[in-house]
Design a binder for this molecule. Structure first.
Ligand SMILES: *Cc1c(COP(=O)(O)O)cnc(C)c1O
Length: 378
């Protein structure tokens, strides 16, 4: 087990991030899609788990293509690779596009832009021509998200005038799925057909086409193309709507009991007196709250675990503290761990309790936990 510096080394909480499970998840997806290749999306600080350690562990597992949302995130990942002695043969793309002033920075750090409209393509073409260099880029088309990427009118303009790409190496042609987490959605096949048409209409990308993020990988091989581009599945969140989650869990969050109180009626717990004890009870307090990304919407009902035993949340989530009813675990003692996210109640279960998705639970994970990384490259 490697302990990397944490901002809160004395916190009575622990966020454990299993880099070996992360690497195993990447290899699982790579094996599944072969001979297509598997990249990794490490935006939003590696979905909240730390882009540096996450990207280094994935690179050690064999991943050679990474994506972030922002340029600054990509620079941080490049710096992490440099620190780990990894070279610029590892590619990093910036999904959100090319903005004025970015081009020179992209080149300086060995990054490539995902070009999302004809204006960005023209700006990159001009930059390449001014430098007299052929530089790589990905082109993203819109096949149904209506968010980023060339709309069909612009795809047609480009297919009728491919000289707009002169001086650019179109390395990847990509698009993004809107409803892949709902396998029965007719939009999945419609987007696939539309993207196939776009691939046929445009010049061939030197390293190929890509469409699938985590969930679309589980729609089947038609969605693989040359590359897949998963994010959340790598971090252990279920990518496949129904059936058992095939991914290994990557995060475990637990917190020590910092106070134990025996109570009896009449007594309520927490803000708004929303939890009313029904008889002699024990209430355990832990030092995690909504300021740590333990969403306040969990106040409507969730649980922790002491060992394998379930303890219900008692009362509202406050900023820095949570209370659990541990009446049924009489041996619970001050300093004992209560697991908040883990094998008994995983990220997806907590998300469901909060009325959200695993993505939001992970990317909300706060900065005040003591963070421990298990395994990985280092
Ligand atoms: C976030 C994102 C991904 C990864 O999506 P997951 O659902 O987390 O696998 C892939 N491609 C694009 C364009 C994205 O924005």
């Amino acid at each position: 087990m490697i302990e990397r510096p944490s901002c809160f080394p004395h916190s009575p909480t622990e966020l454990e991030i299993d880099l070996d499970a992360l690497a195993a998840n990447w290899r699982f997806l790579q094996d599944r899609v072969a001979p297509a290749r598997c990249s990794a999306v490490v935006k939003a600080d590696g979905y909240g788990l730390g882009a540096g350690p996450v990207a280094a562990a994935l690179a050690a597992a064999g991943c050679r293509l990474f994506f972030t949302a922002h340029l600054d995130e990509a620079i941080a990942v490049r710096d992490a690779f440099s620190d780990a002695g990894l070279g610029t043969d590892i590619e990093i793309g910036v999904l959100n596009g090319l903005f004025p002033g970015d081009a020179a920075v992209l080149v300086e750090y060995g990054l490539f832009p995902v070009l999302n409209d004809l204006g960005q393509i023209e700006a990159w073409r001009k930059f390449c021509s001014d430098r007299n260099q052929v530089l790589p880029a990905a082109i993203q088309t819109d096949s149904g998200m209506c968010r980023l990427g060339l709309p069909w009118q612009e795809v047609r303009v480009l297919s009728e005038d491919p000289s707009r790409l002169d001086g650019i190496e179109m390395r990847y042609l990509m698009s993004h799925m809107a409803s892949a987490d709902t396998p029965s959605s007719p939009q999945n096949r419609a987007q696939l057909d539309l993207f196939r048409g776009q691939v046929d209409a445009l010049p061939a990308a030197t390293s190929g086409a890509m469409l699938a993020a985590s969930s679309a990988i589980f729609l089947g091989p038609d969605w693989y193309f040359d590359w897949v581009r998963p994010g959340v599945a790598l971090y252990g969140v279920a990518p496949n709507g129904d059936g058992p989650n095939p991914m290994r869990p990557v995060v475990r969050l637990r917190a020590r009991i910092v106070q134990l109180r025996d109570v009896d009626v009449p007594q309520t717990v927490g803000y708004g007196a929303s939890y009313v004890v029904r008889g002699p009870s024990r209430i355990a307090t832990v030092a995690v709250g909504y300021a740590d990304g333990y969403l306040r919407s969990l106040s409507s009902g969730t649980c922790g675990h002491i060992g394998a035993r379930r303890v219900p949340l008692a009362g509202r989530v406050s900023m820095d503290l949570l209370t659990f009813d541990v009446t049924d675990v009489p041996e619970a003692a001050l300093g004992d761990w209560i697991e908040l996210i883990g094998e008994h109640h995983d990220v997806d279960a907590v998300a469901s309790d909060a009325g959200t998705i695993g993505y939001e639970i992970l990317t909300s994970l706060g900065r005040r936990y003591r963070r421990t990384y298990i395994g990985g490259a280092a």
